[in-house]
Design a protein around this ligand. Structure first.
Ligand code: HEC
Ligand code: HEC
Length: 287
């Protein structure tokens, strides 16, 4: 039996204890009194944060059908992106904004059980409340998809959602909630969740922050995800911006694999946002 197995089994007990000790009621979403939903801004956030890359229906009949179904193979088993469309039977159509806020900020469903971090809430938790509300209002404009979500295919003990309580204590950086006031960092770390793919992971699936954006094994087991740290990626600012806009690399290769759908999203951002992302990457050389 692997070390990982026993570790996780241990976490089940620790989590059960934590559950008793900590009250899981989170403070309500605090929206300023004068808040007015901005659906267009919500659409930009939708692309910047890549929801579509994972939740798009496998056979969509219109552009942004979020019926889910995409499979994510990992060391822990296969996860399937759920239906997050406005269908109240199969999607999240019956949710309140508060339910959505807790999912994005705390990685928990309306009944209080944990999501698995394959849903990158550990990045989205750094989004500010108005942005989560704008994104929510945009999601309301998308069609209902009436197909059920697929069940994940996970072995014991990886299927136990309580184990994630400990994972969250270790790897979901609560201290960073809403503290990002710099656009570049916000785009890369909170929305774009670039690190979720480009930073290597430890045995528990936590990000190895010492090797931030330095690439690593592909979590789906096939090949490697390249480093985008400037000590490895010797691209100029203009070259990075071009790639995020058209998918073309400096030697006219084209973005492939999962990056193709990331580029579909970044191509819809403003040029100034792409420049911010490029500047963030180049800045890593100074750290
Ligand atoms: C890397 C793929 C990925 C990305 C990107 C992603 N999700 Fe998900 N999402 C998932 C998976 C997988 C789950 C299922 C998690 C679980 O069952 O614990 C999930 C779960 C959810 C749920 C819970 C659904 C339910 O029925 O309880 C919501 C809501 C959600 N995601 C919204 C979003 C939004 C909004 C975005 C963009 C801001 C987003 N997701 C981006 C993969 C992703
Ligand atoms: C879902 C996983 C995923 C996410 C999220 C992701 N990437 Fe990538 N990225 C990849 C993969 C896979 C490749 C390799 C693409 C290829 O082989 O053509 C790649 C390639 C790249 C490259 C080109 C590297 C090279 O040497 O060719 C850059 C630059 C890049 N990504 C930047 C980003 C930025 C910036 C973000 C966040 C906005 C991001 N990526 C988010 C998976 C991802």
């Amino acid at each position: 039996m692997s070390r990982l197995f026993f570790f996780l089994l241990g976490t089940v007990f620790v989590s059960a204890a934590a559950f008793i000790v900590f009250d899981k009621d989170y403070p309500n979403a605090q929206l300023p009194a004068q808040y007015v939903a901005d659906v267009d801004h919500g659409e930009t956030l939708f692309y910047a944060s890549g929801c579509r890359s994972c939740h798009l229906s496998t056979n969509p009949t219109s552009p942004n059908e979020l019926g889910g179904g995409e499979a994510f193979q990992t060391n822990f088993g296969t996860f399937y992106a759920p239906n997050i469309s406005t269908s109240s039977t199969y999607g999240i159509g019956s949710w309140t904004f508060e339910d959505f806020y807790v999912a994005m900020k705390h990685g928990q469903n309306p009944t209080g059980s944990n999501y698995f971090p394959v849903f990158p809430y550990s990045s989205y938790s750094m989004m500010n409340t108005e942005d989560i509300a704008d994104l929510w209002s945009y999601l309301q404009t998308l069609p209902a998809v009436d197909t059920p979500s697929k069940k994940h295919d996970l072995g014991f003990p990886f299927n136990i959602r309580e184990t994630i309580t400990v994972w969250n204590m270790l790897y979901a950086d609560n201290a960073k909630y809403s503290l990002i006031d710099d656009r570049a960092t916000y785009l890369v770390e909170a929305l774009g969740h670039c690190a979720q793919c480009h930073t290597p992971r430890n045995i528990l699936g936590g990000l190895k922050t010492v090797a931030w954006l330095k690439g690593g094994k592909n979590p789906s087991g096939k090949g490697k995800i390249p480093s985008i740290h400037p000590s490895d990626l010797k691209w100029s600012k203009e070259e990075i911006v071009e790639y995020l806009s058209s998918g073309f690399t400096p030697d006219y290769d084209v973005a492939g694999g999962k990056m193709a759908s990331v580029v579909e999203n970044t191509s819809r951002l403003s040029e100034s946002d792409r420049i911010y992302i490029a500047e963030y990457l180049l800045r890593l050389n100074d750290e």
